[in-house]
Design a protein around this ligand. Structure first.
Ligand code: TTP
Ligand code: MG
Length: 365
């Protein structure tokens, strides 16, 4: 067991993730304000903003805002429809880059992952910073996307550090600097504090994290109850002992990529999909994961996406020839049903994932 003083945790958070994915796919959007929308379908503009590029944020467009309101305050922003399978495929690729560099990781959301770098950095923040810079460079090179990384003594501090300087930031909070980093921040910046706690603290005259740290633990317990009071007392000092550990199986793993040139040739598209499948299945095999369903995703020149899936009667692992045949027949079937289609991007997804007995899991290597 590593002495808690020597733990070094990284938190990696992609910058304006969905918007950056869209921009990567469509370079004509470079530098322009854009927002990704989740349309509810009730009428043309009902729904909410999922995320906005930093340029659009500067115009007041934020996650969660109604699309109609955003369009009113910032009509010059390009409003795009969310394309979740694109984001999922890119997320999978980023997660596998991070997992290949650190022994212990924990995916926290579609665009966030923790890495426990205690082992790789041997307790040295200089080494940890270098590893973080290398990770940022690889993600940029491979996926053409920027992220922000926070480094700290635990998950709480690392997450607050990644948020400190965005986009494309790297913030290192050494063990001894933790309280100095946290104490001037407003209480709502402490991960886990919502508007209700903020309000209750304000009534006590507490506005900053440092003021929580200066409060009596007994008073915090009186106000918030035993466990929440203790948590506030510790968190405000940057104390958190939660381990970095994957909790559950991912629902699916996928890869999606743009073909060198648009194609109408099923055999060329199958070959492209098999290449993507090899890469997904390698990750799955290394993690000791088998799958029950394979899907082929085809995005056509008109940007419409089609998915064809096949469920197997038993869990499969990557090397079985039946899968190759199945991928070829899914592509062939699509072209039978949709002749003359022009394919621009293609992807492969495996789902119905299961842990294979006796192998190390995705989450403990
Ligand atoms: P976040 O990491 O919270 O936001 P972000 O990556 O867009 O921007 P930042 O640079 O501040 O990290 O969320 C990741 C993705 O999750 C985001 O790109 C879109 C989606 N999302 C929603 O759909 N609705 C929401 O309210 C939020 C906060 C995020
Ligand atoms: Mg993000």
């Amino acid at each position: 067991m590593i002495d808690p003083r020597h733990r070094i945790i990284l938190h990696i958070d992609m910058d304006s993730f969905y918007a950056s994915c869209e921009r990567r796919e469509n370079p004509s959007l470079a530098g322009k304000p854009i927002a990704v929308c989740i349309f509810s379908g009730r009428d043309a503009d009902s729904g909410a903003i999922s995320t906005a590029s930093y340029e659009a944020r500067a115009l007041g467009v934020k996650s969660g805002m109604p699309i109609k309101l955003a369009k009113r305050i910032a009509p010059q922003v390009a409003y795009l429809k969310a394309n979740f399978s694109l984001y999922q495929g890119i997320s999978d690729s980023i997660m596998s880059i991070a997992r290949s560099r650190f022994k212990t990781t924990q995916q926290a959301s579609i665009d966030e992952i923790y890495a426990d770098a205690s082992y790789e950095a041997s307790g040295d923040y200089e080494i940890a910073s270098r590893l973080a810079r290398e990770l940022k460079a690889e993600i940029l090179e491979q996926e053409k996307l920027t992220c922000s990384i926070g480094i700290g003594r635990n998950k709480l501090v690392a997450k607050m550090a990644s948020d400190f300087q965005k986009p494309d930031g790297l913030t290192v909070v050494r063990f001894a600097d933790t309280e100095k980093f946290l104490s001037p921040m407003p209480v709502k910046k402490l991960i886990g504090i919502g508007p209700k706690t903020e309000e209750a603290l304000a009534k006590e005259g507490i506005a900053t994290i440092g003021q929580i740290a200066g409060a009596e633990m007994g008073r915090l317990i009186e106000l918030f109850g035993e466990s929440r009071g203790r948590w506030l007392f510790e968190a405000s000092r940057g104390i958190d002992s939660e381990a970095v550990a994957e909790r559950e199986m991912p629902a699916q793993m996928s890869r999606i990529a743009t073909m060198k040139k648009d194609s109408q040739d099923p055999s060329e598209i199958s070959a492209f999909c098999l290449g993507l499948f090899e890469s997904v299945s390698k990750d799955a095999q290394e993690a000791g994961i088998s799958f029950g369903t394979v899907s082929v995703m085809l995005i056509l020149a008109n940007l419409k996406m089609h998915t064809k899936s096949r469920k197997f009667p038993r869990p499969m692992s990557g090397s079985e020839p039946a899968i190759k045949t199945e991928i070829e027949s899914l592509v062939a079937k699509f072209f039978e049903e949709n002749p003359y289609s022009v394919c621009r991007r293609a992807g492969v997804r495996i789902s119905d994932l299961e842990k294979t007995q006796g192998q190390k899991s995705l989450f403990d290597y």
